[in-house]
Design a protein around this ligand. Structure first.
Ligand code: HEC
Length: 137
């Protein structure tokens, strides 16, 4: 009996030790990437470096989204990233932007307001986690 308990303990410890590695990616990584490619890829490029196929017709060039953390240092956070993607907050840099206001785009269909808000917030979060996950150190 004691041996069995030890074996179980060892297994739990092994699982815990392995956990950080397994959970290193942000939640919803794949869904986030799929949404990113769908909504952002045309301008920011599939890998977020700013080389989407629409860049030739944009007067303001999309930024390289993989260096936001590096460039902004302590001003970078998940929250500011989320807010700048949402675009509905007071962000002076975005007033004349060609960057769509995603918070509004995701909410467009208001036939089911509550579900819509949940879905829209979910998309914003998944995309935000994804953009955070592609930051270069
Ligand atoms: C129609 C082209 C276009 C699309 C599509 C687009 N962006 Fe942008 N984005 C831009 C441009 C242009 C900028 C450059 C700065 C500006 O205009 O504010 C930018 C800037 C940004 C910034 C930096 C904002 C800041 O705080 O300076 C983030 C973050 C960003 N985009 C994320 C996204 C995400 C995430 C998506 C998809 C949900 C997306 N963009 C889709 C054009 C686009």
């Amino acid at each position: 009996m004691a041996t069995l308990r030890l074996v179980v303990m060892a297994q739990i410890l092994a699982a815990l030790a392995a956990a950080p590695a397994a959970s290193q990616g942000p939640p919803g990584d794949d869904a986030g990437r799929t949404l990113f490619v769908q909504y952002c890829g045309a301008c920011h490029g599939e890998n977020g470096v700013g080389n989407g196929h629409l860049t030739s017709i944009l007067s303001v060039q999309p930024v390289n989204l993989t260096v936001l953390k590096k460039e902004r240092g302590s001003e970078y956070s998940l929250e500011t990233l989320l807010r700048s993607i949402d675009g509905r907050g007071p962000f002076p840099g975005h007033t004349d932007s060609e960057m769509p206001v995603w918070g509004e785009v995701f909410l467009k269909d208001s036939s089911a307001p509550l579900e819509n808000q949940v879905e829209s917030a979910g998309k914003l979060l998944l995309i935000t986690y994804y953009v955070d996950s592609i930051q270069k150190e």
